[in-house]
Design a binder for this molecule. Structure first.
Ligand code: 13P
Length: 241
């Protein structure tokens, strides 16, 4: 039985004061659902210090090596040592802005898993790719190459259509469900993951007022949320609280 999971991706947002305010509100609200948050790497310790037990803290990226001469990189071993439980890999911003390749991401996924970090592996198509009928080819390539040789139950897939990220345009529940169904079928037929057990999250302009309908679709197991995860009231609103 797959659970419903909500993960906040804070991207390069939030000050230390914002984080303190977030958890002051959460703690005053008796919020006990399982919640995952990925702050900026610099703020990971702060979250681990402040977050109540129902929160898991994770990173937005990590290196494909544990240590060495990699100036500016974040070691998966150090993330684990610090108390992180997961890492987001392959976010479309990492792929588009930082030019991360399928091969590099595959190495990162494997290295994170070896370090006992859960992996949220992101995939998604651009509007141009969707409109030219390439969704399945694009998502299939991202899954096949990024998850090559990966069979771990610690992998979660996040489908985030690039055109829905930060735009206020959400995929309709029907559009999202159709794509999630394809992703699950692809995982079953073309990868080594256990497709029925793997959580597939939806991301892209998820908000308190559309979360319930999206998350109730058969193949949508929760959300990876940017903007609406930054304020505690809105984050808890994603759970219908
Ligand atoms: P928004 O929820 O702000 O659209 O961001 C989605 C996202 O990129 C989460 O990883």
């Amino acid at each position: 039985m797959r659970k419903t999971l909500v993960v906040g991706n804070w991207k390069m947002n939030q000050s230390l004061g914002d984080i303190e305010a977030f958890f002051t509100t959460v703690k005053a609200s008796n919020f006990t659902d399982e919640a995952w948050i990925a702050p900026q790497a610099l703020h990971l310790s702060k979250l681990i210090e402040l977050a109540p037990k129902n929160f898991k803290t994770g990173a937005q990226n990590c290196s494909y090596e544990n240590s060495g001469a990699f100036t500016g990189e974040v070691s998966p071993t150090s993330l684990k040592e610090l108390g992180c439980e997961f890492v987001i890999l392959g976010h479309s911003e990492r792929r588009a802005i930082f030019k991360e390749t399928h091969e590099e991401l595959n190495l990162k996924v494997k290295k994170a898993l070896v370090n006992n970090l859960k992996v949220i592996f992101c995939i998604g198509e651009t509007l141009e790719e969707r409109e030219s009928g390439k969704i399945e080819a694009v998502l299939g390539e991202q899954l096949k190459k990024g998850l090559q040789g990966v069979s771990s139950s610690d992998v979660i897939v996040a489908y985030e259509p690039v055109w829905a990220i930060g735009t206020g345009v959400t995929a309709t529940p029907a559009q999202a469900q159709e794509t999630h169904e394809f992703v699950r079928k692809f995982l079953k037929e073309e990868t080594e993951l256990n497709a029925e057990e793997t959580l597939i999250l939806y991301g892209g302009s998820v908000k308190p007022d559309n979360a319930k309908e999206l998350f109730s679709c058969a193949d949508i197991d929760g959300g990876l949320v940017g903007g609406a995860s930054l304020k505690a009231e809105s984050f808890m609103g994603l759970y219908g609280k």
